[in-house]
Write a protein that binds this ligand. Structure first.
Ligand code: PMT
Length: 400
């Protein structure tokens, strides 16, 4: 369950910080990628060197690297994470989290984090029992954070009571169980098309479009995180994925994408067609570079490409779910509804270039999902990672 998961581990200034080393070892052993963010007080209890050696990643503590001035983006980190775990969490950090006091890298990351947050408190029994701490913990619960209750036993003060951070094995088991419950695409195979296609004119030129592949790759990652085996057919893009459950097939032209998608589809449970497939290609491409001097005016004769979505819509068998996209510049809703019907899709994701920050190349998108029952759901502008989650939620609903 933890294989390939991105976990932010927040370490704060508690004697229990030494247990963070065991947590990292356990998570890494199970295949998770761990990024440690430590508070200044945390560094008094355990060295960043220990944590970076075990996590195999540099430990983040400051907003800027003192060495080269690079900016540590808490926003990017928050989006990268599948979960954030704060262990140990002191009374001070819990108080800052509850009240949004963003005076260190850990708290800014927490405030930017879209992923589920787990908090493992560690403190003396009276501090833990104090109303202030309990109210702060209740506040965190009301934000949806999950509190891993401390155990009872002998504390660093030698007093006996509740406040000892839960054992690393139990904390890891909490994360494991959480991800197990999230695996609603386990045993499902999902085909995803992404990126542009390039239609060759001659050895140095092509007809293409502005698709970066970001939306399609975000979808692939979102499906894989929820347990699906993903078959990603990608047009020319610089993007790569390292998720162990994603198999990437690189293609160039619409015809190659069509061949690959059609050969894969019969074994799939679902397909999400996010690629910006060229509708036309040159009837023929020149063997050698076309020379301006010898050609003068040039007329390209274009012929239509096959429609992958419509072909899959025709082949679709009972139980398979087909989701498509509509990229529009005007009358988005009516064009999307038309494509939904014409291509026999189960739902369509409308994104319009009329909306700021939506469509090609941006890290964000603004979508409306329309399904075949006519249900229409609008979403606000979000990062493509979050947009992908909304689309996958729709896919899961349709697969049921
Ligand atoms: O890659 P990014 O930079 O992140 O940008 C994302 C995106 C804008 C490309 C993406 O969100 C998107 O809208 N993809 C679909 C773009 C598109 O070609 O839309 P369309 O309205 O022309 O096509 C409708 C549907 O038919 C799409 O699902 C498309 O994949 C599919 N199609 C189209 C033509 C064709 N020959 N075969 C197809 O399968």
């Amino acid at each position: 369950m933890l294989k390939g998961k991105h976990i932010i581990l927040g370490v704060t200034g508690s004697i229990a910080a030494y247990k963070a080393a065991t947590i990292i070892r356990g998570l890494v052993k199970k295949g998770a990628e761990v990024q440690v963010v430590i508070t200044p007080a945390g560094k008094e209890f355990i060295t960043p060197l220990t944590l970076s050696t075990l996590s195999r990643n540099p430990v983040i503590s400051e907003f800027f690297s003192n060495r080269d001035g690079t900016w540590n983006s808490h926003v990017d980190l928050g989006l990268w994470a599948d979960a954030m775990l704060i262990a140990p969490a002191t009374a001070a950090t819990i108080g800052k989290m509850a009240n949004g006091i963003a005076d260190n890298m850990l708290i800014t990351t927490y405030l930017s984090c879209k992923a589920p947050v787990f908090v493992a408190p560690a403190m003396d029994l009276d501090m833990y029992a104090h109303q202030a701490t309990q109210q702060n913990l209740d506040r965190l619960r009301s934000f949806g954070n999950r509190i891993i209750e401390p155990g009872e036993g002998e504390l660093a003060s030698q007093l006996i009571g509740k406040g000892r951070m839960e054992d690393p094995e139990v904390i890891i088991a909490c994360l494991h169980d959480f991800f197990a419950a999230q695996q609603d695409l386990i045993d499902k195979k999902v085909l995803i098309t992404a990126g542009p296609t390039h239609e060759k004119i001659d050895p140095v030129r092509f007809i293409g479009n502005y698709s970066s592949g970001k939306m399609g790759f975000a979808l692939a990652e979102a499906c894989a995180r929820r347990g699906a085996e993903v078959f990603l057919v990608a047009g020319p893009t610089a993007l790569r994925t390292e998720h162990p459950r994603i198999t990437q097939f690189d293609v160039e032209s619409a015809e190659e994408m069509y061949q690959k998608a059609l050969s894969l589809f019969p074994q799939m449970d679902a397909a999400l067609l996010c690629a910006a497939v060229a509708d036309y290609r040159p009837e023929s491409s020149a063997e050698e570079k076309i020379k301006r001097e010898s050609t003068g005016d040039m007329i390209l004769h274009l012929v239509p490409n096959k429609d992958i979505a419509a072909s899959l819509g025709k082949q679709k068998r009972e139980g398979q779910v087909l989701g498509g996209f509509a990229l529009e510049t005007q009358d988005g809703m009516s064009h999307a509804q038309d494509k939904l019907k014409r291509k026999n899709l189960d739902f369509i994701v409308l994104n319009s270039l009329e909306d700021q920050g939506a469509g090609f190349r941006h890290d964000t998108n603004k979508i409306t999902i329309i399904d075949r029952t006519g249900e229409v759901t609008d979403y606000p502008l979000k990062n493509k990672t979050e947009v992908a989650v909304d689309i996958v939620n729709k896919l899961v609903e349709q697969l049921k």
